[in-house]
Design a protein around this ligand. Structure first.
Ligand code: FES
Ligand SMILES: [Fe+2]
Length: 347
């Protein structure tokens, strides 16, 4: 393998999405005990459902018989039954029954890869194993998820763009005062500034130097051994009702190289009676406004060519974007090297 080939493998890995990571793949309500739910993660088709105990199971979306998508089938006593000829597979990927054929030798065979799953704050997460970490390390969640002081809503959307653009967008506070300048909450502040990047305990923060607490002035990326997420605050005008700042927690699911699904939790620091009035106000009035802002991001990112980075000209404000790329590339390099070493040892 030449250095050029290896470089390409690393670039391909960054583009597809890192392995060894937990990713959100669905809203909790989308995964049911009655019908299977198909998703695509890092270009791989997976199927999810809930077993008899309500636990979420996830295996490859591929029937061991002849390859029909199991997600077209039905959930039967906690296992999944293929629509095509009825083969039943359990949550560990073992063939339980071949109803069409008496004493079929396939029964009892472990045929499919199964994936570890967990649920948090209305979302389902799946762990994609890597050679270095076949077992899932801990999924580190934002503390707002478990704190009584915060309440919020999960909002998700599919964007027809590589997940990297969605991540870059989160690490780029300067787009707020341009792209979202006509919105209710993001219309404030100056349109010119310099940015700085500071290391934080688990990652880094990109902040505007000349403007603090006025608008989307900073964003922070937390990087943990098996997941990363972003958060940013949007100061709220008094008209938005009681409560503290509005915080966005962002996770991205790389679907395939041209598609991602964003998972944004919109959280507010608010308790007591004010909490209920915020939840009501959000549903009644604010949610639509937030969707409109998110649409602005989606449209601009979907409009960018897949290989924009080949001819982009970065300037000082892109330090968050550069840092994310550096992190992804470093992790991809270590994954690719571990895979190459394993392949070599097997030869
Ligand atoms: S392809 Fe699934 S049972 Fe035949
Ligand atoms: Fe935005």
């Amino acid at each position: 393998m030449t250095a050029v080939d290896k470089k390409q493998l690393i670039e391909d890995r960054v583009n597809a999405g890192l392995r060894g990571q937990w990713y959100p793949v669905a809203k909790s309500v989308e995964v049911k005990t009655s019908v299977p739910h198909g998703v695509v993660l890092l270009g791989e088709k997976l199927v999810l459902w809930r077993d008899g105990a309500g636990k979420i199971r996830c295996i490859e979306d591929f029937c061991p018989h002849r390859g029909a998508p199991l997600s077209y089938g039905t959930v039967h006593e906690g296992d999944i039954s293929c629509r095509y000829h009825g083969v039943v597979v359990d949550g560990d990927g073992v063939v339980v029954r071949v109803p069409a054929m008496p004493e079929c030798a396939l029964e009892g065979r472990k045929a499919l890869t199964s994936y570890q799953t967990t649920e948090a704050y209305d979302a389902v997460f799946v762990y994609v194993p890597s050679i270095e970490h076949p077992e899932a390390p801990e999924l580190v969640l934002p503390e707002e998820f478990t704190s009584d002081a915060w309440t919020g809503f999960l909002c998700t959307a599919v964007w027809e763009t590589n997940y990297r653009y969605a991540l870059d967008n989160l690490a780029d506070p300067m787009h707020g005062c341009y792209l979202h300048s006509n919105s209710f909450t993001l219309a404030y502040g100056s349109k010119q500034d310099l940015l700085k990047l500071d290391k934080t305990e688990h990652g880094f923060r990109v902040s505007r130097i000349g403007q603090v607490g006025e608008n989307f002035d900073w964003s922070e990326i937390q990087v943990h051994p098996a997941n990363m997420f972003c958060f940013l605050d949007i100061p709220y005008p008094a008209a938005a009702g009681p409560g503290g700042v509005f915080r966005i927690l962002g996770f991205i699911q790389p679907v395939d190289e041209r598609t991602c699904r964003v998972f944004f939790w919109r959280m507010r620091q608010v308790s007591g009676l004010a909490r209920e009035s915020f939840r009501f106000l959000y549903r009644a009035r604010m949610e639509a406004t937030h969707w409109a802002v998110l649409e602005q991001d989606r449209v601009i990112l979907e409009g960018m060519p897949d290989d924009a980075r080949k001819r982009e000209m970065l300037y000082q404000h892109d330090l968050g974007v550069s840092r994310i790329r550096q992190l992804l590339t470093r992790a991809a390099k270590s994954q690719v090297e571990a895979e190459l070493a394993q392949a070599q040892a097997a030869e």
